[in-house]
Design a protein around this ligand. Structure first.
Ligand SMILES: [Fe+2]
Length: 276
C-alpha cells in the first residue's frame, strides 16, 4: 500500500482469554471470480470463512496479514469487507507486498497500528517495500515496535506482533530470501520483553511454528494457493486453503492451530513455475 501508515489504537474487551483468527494472503483480483494459478480466490476465501464460521471460534478479532489484493485493485478491499462479515468480529488489516493500492482506495480505518486488550498488547507492522517481493522494517516500523515493547513492558502485558513477511527462514530455499532482511533488529527489540512474545506472519502460504530466542513465530496457510514446505524451487502444494486460530491466555500461554477447508476440492495449477 503506497503512502501507507498504520495508525491509531483500538481497544478490545477480552477479560479472560483473547481469541484471534489469522486470515491471510487472499490475493483477491479486480473482478469477482478472478484467479491465481487458476484458483478462484473469492471462492476459496468464502470457503475458508465458511469453515471458520462452522467451527464457532467466537473470535474477538480477525487479523488480516497482507496480500489482500492480488493485482493492486481497490475492489479487492471492499470484497474482503463483505467476505469477512459472516465471522461477526472486528478485523484489523496490514499490507503485504501485493497491496499496491493508494491509501485513498482502501478502508484506512481497518489499518490500525495497535490493539489494547486486558492482558496482551498487539502491534501491527508494515514490512512492505515498494516494488519488492521481500520484506524490510523501515525506521518508522522499528519505532512502532520499540514503542509497543515499551507499552507491553510498562503495563505488564504480553506482546503479539503481526506483519506480512516472516522473520526467519522456513526451509524453502526459493522463499527464504524474501523474509524480513533486518530481522535481527526486531529480535533485539523484542528481547527487552519480560513476558510472552508471539509473532504471526503471512506471505509464505504455508503453516510454520518456530520458537526463536523465546519468541513463538508462526505462519499461516493462505486463503488461496498453498506453497509446499521444504522445497528448493517454487512448488504449489496440493492441500486445501485455511486459516490459523489463536487463543492467548492471561498468563501468556498460547494455544494455536491451523484449520483447512475439508470436503471439497479446488482447481489450481500444480505445475506452475511461479507468479509475479
Ligand atoms: Fe506476500
Amino acid at each position: 500500500m503506497r503512502d501507507n501508515a498504520l495508525r491509531g489504537d483500538c481497544t478490545l474487551a477480552a477479560d479472560g482469554e483473547l481469541r484471534l483468527l489469522q486470515i491471510t494472503d487472499m490475493h483477491l483480483m479486480a473482478e469477482r471470480g478472478g484467479t491465481l494459478l487458476n484458483m478462484d480466490t473469492d471462492d476459496s476465501l468464502e470457503a475458508v470463512v465458511d469453515t471458520a464460521v462452522k467451527r464457532a471460534h467466537e473470535p474477538h478479532a480477525l487479523l488480516i496479514t497482507g496480500d489482500i489484493a492480488g493485482d493492486g485493485s481497490a475492489a479487492a478491499y471492499s470484497r474482503l469487507e463483505q467476505a469477512l462479515k459472516p465471522l461477526g468480529a472486528p478485523s484489523f488489516w496490514l499490507p503485504g507486498n501485493h497491496d499496491g493500492c493508494s491509501q485513498a482506495h482502501v478502508p484506512t480505518e481497518r489499518f490500525s497500528r495497535s490493539l489494547t486488550t486486558p492482558h496482551w498488547h498487539v502491534v501491527m507492522l508494515n514490512s512492505q517495500v515498494e516494488d519488492q517481493v521481500g520484506g524490510h522494517l523501515a525506521a518508522q516500523e522499528l519505532e512502532a515496535l520499540s514503542a509497543a515493547v515499551d507499552t507491553a513492558t510498562t503495563t505488564q502485558r504480553h506482546l503479539l506482533v503481526a506483519l506480512h513477511h516472516p522473520l526467519h527462514a522456513l526451509g524453502c530455499a526459493w522463499l527464504d530470501p524474501q523474509r524480513v532482511d533486518n530481522a535481527s533488529v526486531f529480535m533485539t527489540e523484542v528481547g527487552r520483553c519480560q513476558k510472552s512474545v508471539v509473532v504471526i506472519s503471512g506471505h509464505v502460504h504455508q503453516a510454520n511454528d518456530l520458537t526463536v530466542e523465546g519468541s513463538r513465530c508462526l505462519t499461516s496457510p493462505s486463503t488461496c494457493i498453498q506453497f509446499e514446505p521444504g522445497q528448493a524451487n517454487f512448488k504449489v502444494h496440493d492441500i486445501a486453503p485455511g486459516y490459523r486460530w489463536l487463543t492467548l491466555h492471561p498468563n501468556g500461554d498460547l494455544e494455536t492451530a491451523v484449520v483447512r477447508v475439508e470436503g471439497r476440492s479446488f482447481v489450481v495449477d500444480l505445475d506452475s513455475g511461479g507468479y509475479l
